[in-house]
Design a protein around this ligand. Structure first.
Ligand code: SAJ
Length: 444
């Protein structure tokens, strides 16, 4: 690892660019979650001295001990970069002093009334303002509406008395981390980068160019902020469309999954999306809403996103009605039925529960009196409000004792043969039982 910049070395924008290009810059990453940790370790493995800042001391101590809590970052990688000194996890903001570049990777959830919650960005910006030593490039990665970098981040940084374009530069670069994706990772996923001004763009492109194969430079942070929202609104709207088509197909007696498979044979002008029990995750249910919120602020009509939200949010209730149909096969009503749910995370082969459709499904089933158990090898304990459940083993007994097995998340590891052999009734919301023709399967 090359020696990090000591604060005594002369620091100028030219030197900053040079240090970035030669991999000797001090790079800080604020927020060490599923976005920040892979980025921090990627920079560290390229030889940069990386300060990883997080307010969660448990995260910092796990990393210091060489342990990872992010599915896609092996503990060996953490141990390697922490052991070599290339990566310095900390909760001490003073460690950010002297950084040539600081990347903000903090959450942007909703507030209680479903408005953008920018409090994490504000807090990170205030932390930076308190230790900012010029010259420093600050890059925002957290997804937010177009204008956030200029309208929110810059004023907070300038509250330190430092001046934009003199003491600091800013850019936006959307995260494109897809948890559990075995094919795409930081290095081989093209990175969109938009600097506020040419120097910011040059610096940010050089920074990301040192770790990713392809940098896609755009003219401004707004362009980059908008690109991200286009990507995820595209997904949300198309998932809602195929969910609505699935409801129509069922009435038409059409197997939607087979129809989609046929449509996907078209080599151009089509991209398959699949119906499901609803839309979970930290991106798709949330990012488009940030755009809709800003559009409404500007007085723009934006009906697509609201309609897509309504349709996607209605799917869990539709699934509960299918479950009611399934338990009726045993002559039961939901209020007296036992339902075994397979998979509660928001998508297959990951452990993330955020906005998972299973949350709404469990809540509604319990509201209607059903007795719930679940099996999810990735989620050993399910806690929500006053509900606490433990994942049960998938055995002939646990399957047979349920009036219905409801598959919400199609983890690859789930033994479908065992379920098909022992279930009284199955509700399949993911076409996981496509190859099983038994008549006790109700499909979305
Ligand atoms: N879903 C469907 N039908 C589909 C696709 C997804 O019902 O055809 C559901 C999933 O089950 C899940 C939710 O939608 O509950 C979101 O799924 P997702 O595949 O979009 O996965 P995410 O939320 O992890 O989205 C991420 C996003 N990555 C970033 O924002 C950086 C998204 O832009 C990626 O396109 C997506 O991963 C991906 O392609 O896997």
């Amino acid at each position: 690892m090359k020696s990090p910049t000591s604060s005594s070395q002369t620091r100028s924008w030219e030197n900053t660019l040079e240090r970035i290009k030669t991999g000797t810059a001090r790079v800080a990453v604020i927020g060490l979650g599923y976005v920040g940790l892979p980025l921090a370790t990627a920079f560290a493995r390229k030889g940069f001295h990386v300060i990883g800042f997080d307010v969660d001391s448990e995260k910092v101590s796990a990393l210091t001990d060489g342990r990872s809590y992010v599915l896609d970052v092996p503990s060996d990688t953490v141990a390697e970069v922490v052991g070599s000194g290339a990566f310095e996890p900390t909760s001490d903001a003073q460690a950010l002093r002297g950084a040539d570049a600081i990347v903000i990777c903090v959450p942007t959830p909703f507030t209680v009334d479903r408005a953008p919650d920018l409090s994490y960005i504000e807090s990170a910006a205030k932390t930076i303002a308190s230790v900012l030593e010029p010259p420093c490039l600050i890059v925002l990665e957290s997804t937010s509406y177009p204008g956030t970098t200029e309208e929110l981040l810059v004023p907070i940084l300038e509250s330190s008395g430092r001046k934009l374009h003199e003491d600091f530069e800013v850019a936006f670069s959307p995260e494109r981390v897809d948890p559990g994706n075995k094919r795409y990772h930081i290095e081989n996923t093209p990175k969109v980068v938009g600097g506020l001004g040419n120097r910011a763009g040059d610096l940010a492109c050089a920074l990301y160019g040192s770790v990713v194969d392809k940098v896609v430079r755009v003219d401004s942070p707004r362009d980059a902020e908008m690109a991200k929202l286009i990507e995820n609104t595209f997904r949300q709207v198309n998932i809602a469309l195929v969910n609505e088509l699935a409801l129509i197909a069922k009435r038409l007696g059409v197997n939607i999954w087979k129809a989609i498979e046929a449509a996907a044979s078209k080599p151009f002008g089509y991209m398959p999306f699949y119906p499901g029990p609803g839309v979970g995750g930290h991106c798709i249910p949330i990012d488009p809403h940030y755009l809709a919120w800003k559009a409404r602020e500007l007085g723009c009509e934006i009906s697509f996103i609201e309609l897509a939200e309504r349709i996607n949010q209605s799917m869990p209730i539709h699934v509960v009605r299918l479950t009611e149909e399934a338990v009726a096969m045993s002559g039961k009503k939901l209020a007296e039925a036992k339902v075994l749910i397979l998979g509660v995370s928001y998508k297959r082969d990951i452990d993330d529960l955020r906005e998972s459709p299973a949350l709404a499904i469990i809540e509604q089933l319990q509201k209607e009196g059903a007795e719930i158990s679940y099996h999810d090898p990735y989620v050993p304990v399910y806690r929500r409000g006053n509900i606490e459940l433990k994942s049960v083993d998938l055995t002939p007994d646990t399957i047979e004792s349920a009036d219905c097995v409801l598959l919400v998340t199609d983890h690859s590891i789930i033994d479908k043969d065992l379920v098909a052999r022992h279930a009284k009734a199955i509700v399949d919301t993911r076409n996981a039982f496509a190859n099983y023709q038994q008549d006790n399967i109700i499909r979305l």
